[in-house]
Write a protein that binds this ligand. Structure first.
Ligand SMILES: [Zn+2]
Ligand SMILES: [Zn+2]
Length: 131
């Protein structure tokens, strides 16, 4: 395994923020100034192909990466722009077959407002005396 791939894996390990290539690059640059964004992207693609990480297209403007290779779903908050893991059981992911088709990857994207942002707006309203 190359140094770049190790650095990328090390950064992603235990990271639940689903960072984009730019975010990974910005963080790794501090520790490894010689790394380029293109090398990081190539490393991410290799890790994705070997099944060590997942690539998410939940954010239309940028691709994000997830170090958790197990099938799970994602929620995108349109307020704070966070990507959250959704822990619901998915019958397709368990059976790996749907209508006779072999499923290799399962990704469902949910869009909306996260519970943190919902609480925040509720509190704001209460302070403002609207409710
Ligand atoms: Zn939110
Ligand atoms: Zn995830």
């Amino acid at each position: 395994m190359t140094l770049q791939r190790l650095a990328v894996l090390e950064f992603l390990e235990g990271n639940t923020n689903h960072p984009s290539v730019e975010e990974i690059y910005r963080n790794l640059k501090k520790k490894y100034p010689t790394l380029s964004q293109a090398t990081i992207y190539t490393s991410l693609q290799v890790l994705r192909k070997t099944g060590e990480i997942q690539e998410l297209s939940i954010r239309k403007e940028k691709t994000c990466f997830d170090p958790n290779p197990k099938p799970h779903h994602h929620f995108y908050c349109q307020e704070c722009k966070k990507i959250l893991d959704i822990e619901i059981s998915c019958p397709v992911a368990e059976k790996q077959w749907v209508d006779g088709h072999k499923v290799k990857e399962v990704q469902a994207y949910f869009y909306g407002i996260c519970n943190y942002c919902l609480k925040k707006t509720k509190n704001k309203r209460r302070i403002g005396g609207i409710t």
